[in-house]
Structure formats: C-alpha cells, structure tokens
Design a protein around this ligand. Sequence first.
Ligand code: ADP
Length: 260
Amino acid sequence: MMVILSLVFLIIAAFAGHLLAGTAMIPIKQAFSRQREFVADASHELRTPLSVLQLSAEAVQNDNDQKLSPFSTQVLDDMNSEIRRMTRLINDLLTLARADAGATNIIKEKFDLVAMAKPLVRSIQPLAVVKRLKLAMSGDETLPITADRERISQLLLILIDNAIKYTPAGGKVDVLLTRTATPKPSVTIAVSDTGEGISEKERKLIFERFYRIDKARSREEGGTGLGLSIAKWIVDVHGGKIKVESTPGKGSSFIVILPQ
Ligand code: ADP
C-alpha cells in the first residue's frame, strides 16, 4: 500500500513539476523574443540619425568655401571613421537580430559564383594595395550555384576583409573557388592569407559574437567582432560548413563548403 501511495505521489509530483516548468518557460521565451525585437528595432531606428550625421560631417569636410584648421580636419576625419564603424556595427547587429528572430529573407537563385566574385575581388583590390598586400583569385572558370546572391557576396566580403585586416604588409591573400563532386555536388570557397594565424584554442571561439583575439587590433582595423558570426549564420542557412585551418605566425585559411 505504501509503495503504491509513494508511486502515485511521485507521478503527481513529476506531472506538477512538468506543468510548472512548462508555464515558467513561457515568460522566459517571451522575454527573449521581446529582447530580440528590441535589438532589431533599436538598430533600425539608430540607422537614420547616423546617416544624417555622416552626411553632415561629409558636407563640412567637402565645403570648399571653408578653410579648416588641421585640428578641425583631424576631428572631422575621426568623426567620420567612428560614424562608419558605428554604422557597420548597427547593420551587423540588425542582421543578427533578424537572423535570431528567423525574420531574414533568404532568396535563393541560380547564379555563377565566379562571375559574382570577380568584380567583388576587383572592388576590394584598392584596400589590399593600400596595405601592400597581393590579392588574387583562382580556381574554376565557372561555378553555378543556387544560393542567396547578396548573402554569399557578404560572406566573401567578410572573409576577404578579415584576411586583409589581419595580414601584415608584404603578405598575400588568395581566394580559391572550386567544385567538388563527392559526396554531394558542392562548391568550396577558400580564403587563405599569410597573416598572423590563429591558435587552436582561439579557432573554436572566433565564430562567437563579439569575440576578438586582440580587441585593440580589431578596433584599429574597424572591426565589430560580429563578422564571423554573420559568416557562420550565412553558411548555416545555406546548409553548408565553415572551418578554419591555421598555423600561428604563418597564416590562416577559412574554408566554406556550400551545396551546389
Ligand atoms: P572583427 O570585426 O573583429 O574582425 P570577426 O568576427 O570577423 O570580427 O573576427 C573575429 C576575430 O577573429 C577577429 O577579431 C580576429 O582576432 C580573428 N580573425 C578573423 N579572421 C582572421 C584572419 N584571417 N587572421 C587572423 N585572425 C583572424
């Protein structure tokens, strides 16, 4: 009798616990969802005043009627670069907040990855030249892929921009685009550099939001600490894989495999 009573008690307790846990989860879920909405709304609202600020600072900078002192010129330059950094940060936050809420439109279409990447690499070439780096692209002549063109272009930009940021002058950045037939038809994007490299421990952490190996260095280069989290999200929503191979002191390779 005692055994049966204890069993009944245990079942009732487990059931009550289950119910309580279930109802307790609802406010937590709502709080998370409100927080995500808040980040998305705040980021969106901040974009307008920031673009007004940027336009105003540029207007003063380009005002030929006015002779600015070297001090004012310097202040304006600093203001502009901080506004650009903040705009990037807000855009990145907005992308991730929308991604968390599942509110990003991924529009897949068939296009040639090589034809898309060529002008993109050409447009980043001046950045490499300024940093005295060699930026080259090689691989297949054409690579048809079904994916979100905008997002894949953003992914390439993040990886090439990082390679340029973290490679000292005189180095090399290579973009290799190839096709793999097995086990499934897929394309491989490899962005390799001869930069400072990433230790094994850091390799596991760099895809986390706001994680930066050297905060000061990233800030100096205009980084937000969100690039690789966005890159990983883009790869994930395409059902692909991203990994990094690196030899500290020699360089790194970011390798993305996407279904074709
Ligand atoms: P950030 O805006 O700081 O570049 P990311 O999320 O793109 O943010 O990258 C996270 C961190 O990973 C960077 O701050 C940097 O320390 C490291 N990292 C990324 N790419 C490279 C690379 N090609 N070589 C060395 N370190 C890198």
